[in-house]
Design a protein around this ligand. Sequence first.
Ligand code: AKG
Length: 308
Amino acid sequence: MATQLRPTTLSVDRVMTDADAVFFRENGFVLPERGLDAATTRTMVADIDATFRDNPDWHNLVRMPHVPLRAGQLEGVIGGEKLFEIAIHPTVIAAAQALIGDDLILWGGEIFAKPAGIGKATPWHQDCYNPAIKPAPGRALARSVMIWIAVDDVDVDNGCLRFVPGSGRHGCLEHSLGGKANMLLDFQVEGQDVDFSSAVDAVRPSGTFSGHDLFVVHGANANTSGRRRAGITFHYMNAADAYDRSFGSATGTGAGGKPAPLAQRPIWLVLGENRNPVNDFTIGHQQLADLDARAEARRRELNAVLLN
Ligand SMILES: O=C(O)CCC(=O)C(=O)O
């Protein structure tokens, strides 16, 4: 007699509380108490150590670490397949859902790994640098969250992220261009009524994370400590908003100071359904069929658990 295979139900740890979601809406960032479980954290740290071993240019900033560097890919890392698993991890997706809704697209990611003693500072900035992200018709601001996961224990000494509460309430502020010595990015918010003295230190033990939106002003001091300071971040947006590639050209700071090819980036639907016909899930997916299948399998599993 044939054995009946019952579909396995994914177990999802919902670490983001209702109070966290309210705090996020009011302040533009949130620091949930719990994060990834211990086993996942160990795997993540090992996979990121392997990424640093296999990709010599990891210091300070790596764009799109969840994309394996394959033929036709403009950004990514050797070993990106493993980091893709963190981007679609149930705990991470459930956290993003609690903050920006049921229909989610993964649109980007970075590793910010600052070596001991010489890690660069991150200037005060907002994340609304990507012209592709547009709000759904009738909405003033796009809904997006960056889930920043501590790889190492990150605290004041090794240059944790710092958020200015409520500083994104009025959307995108003007940024001045031009890098300063020892700064990670070449754009920054200066003045403009931002109360930098109210900045909150995001002290995060390894495996825990913060979430921040496109508009909250944030930055980090240099890592002058004797410890590495690494975090990996994945960016999600609500799938009723648009990843509109029509601006057509590369922009932003990419690997090695080159422009980031934002219009060609692969994006994935990771929860719910796509609600905006502008979103294209084929551009930039050269040689990524295995990741597409992984994302789709995970989306179906998560839909069954998180949307019922
Ligand atoms: O980790 C850092 O220093 C910068 C992180 C950041 O700017 C971001 O995640 O948007």
